[in-house]
Design a protein around this ligand. Structure first.
Ligand code: AMP
Length: 219
């Protein structure tokens, strides 16, 4: 069977990371979050990590060639369908992915946009706390999904952290970047037969129900 690459699109704070984790568990997909891959490179101090660290802390985008290279290396090793989360982020990445997929005989799967109004996004991001244990990666929110014990992950007991790019200042920079690159990206995918949009400004369970229907019915 041809390996498919599915894509979850959405702004920072749209909830796509949380939804991606649930989707990969439900549909036995491999979760490929370029943010996670880059954070892992930063924490391991690899050459790419050292280059990416300051760029990420400012909420800017890591350059396309670096990100494409990381993604393609992972795709070559894959045996299951993958779900991209946070990739592609630019039109150049989308086009490079399309070329890579066709050169390897792989297919584009579902492309789903998690749509959330911009004024809702900042509050979500600034209150977000994530588990510092990369292998766990659980996501909390101080107001809407607090951990049982302040600052501690419910699932694995590791300390929670506030990502350095989840401050209000870095968020505004990320939104600036996002707005300039996202519309062309959406334009690139919007006319594809597998493109869908879901209303992400609802309870996470309801958003997941919509996504489950879409992925459950995929070709
Ligand atoms: P995320 O966890 O998806 O919010 O990504 C965190 C940060 O990693 C972003 O603000 C960027 O600095 C970097 N990053 C993640 N994915 C990409 C990508 N596809 N292209 C460029 N930079 C990325």
């Amino acid at each position: 069977m041809t390996l498919k690459a599915h894509i979850l699109l959405g702004a920072p704070g749209s909830g796509k990371g949380t939804q991606a984790k649930r989707l990969v568990d439900t549909f036995a997909l491999t979760h490929l979050s370029t943010g996670d891959i880059l954070r892992d490179a930063v924490s391991k101090g690899t050459e790419i990590g050292l280059k990416a660290k300051a760029i990420m802390a400012e909420g800017k985008l890591v350059d396309d060639d670096t990100v494409n290279g990381l993604v393609f290396a992972r795709l070559l090793d894959e045996t299951r369908d993958v779900l991209f989360d946070g990739y592609p982020r630019t039109l150049q990445q989308a086009k490079a992915l399309e070329d890579f997929l066709s050169s390897k005989g792989l297919e584009l799967g579902m492309v789903v946009n998690v749509d959330v109004p911009q004024d809702v996004l900042e509050a979500r991001v600034v209150g977000r706390r994530v588990c510092s244990n990369n292998a766990c990666g659980a996501i909390y929110h101080l107001a809407s999904k607090p951990p049982k014990q302040s600052g501690i992950c419910d699932l694995c007991g590791s300390p929670l952290k506030h990502r350095s790019d989840d401050t209000a200042e870095a968020f505004r920079s990320r939104m600036g970047e996002f707005n300039s690159t996202f519309q062309p990206l959406l334009g690139f995918y919007r006319t594809r037969p597998t493109f869908r949009s879901v209303d992400g400004h609802r309870a996470p369970e309801l958003v997941f129900d919509s996504l489950r229907q879409i992925f459950g019915a995929r070709a």
